[in-house]
Design a protein. Structure first.
Length: 80
């Protein structure tokens, strides 16, 4: 992050630019771009993502089982 007036490199935690003294606006966003309090939202999104992954695993298992049944049935029809 740089000061908009003098271009001095800032850490992002300063209230004033140490070079030119410009008062810096305090952003509601942290250094990683998340707003304070977004931890709970991120945690909920993680839970939803895990549920979706589990659902995808179950759908894959079901598709594989159906595929095996179809293949076995096709093999039985072939042998007749």
């Amino acid at each position: 992050m740089k000061c908009t007036v003098c271009g001095h490199d800032l850490m992002g935690t300063e209230s004033f630019c140490p070079e030119c003294g410009l008062q810096l606006k305090m952003s509601p966003y942290g250094r990683n771009g998340a707003m304070a309090g977004d931890g709970q939202v991120l945690e909920e999104l993680g839970k939803i993502n895990r549920q979706l992954e589990e659902g995808n695993k179950q759908r894959t298992q079901l598709a594989n089982a159906i595929g095996q049944l179809v293949a076995n049935g096709a093999l039985l029809n072939f042998l007749k």
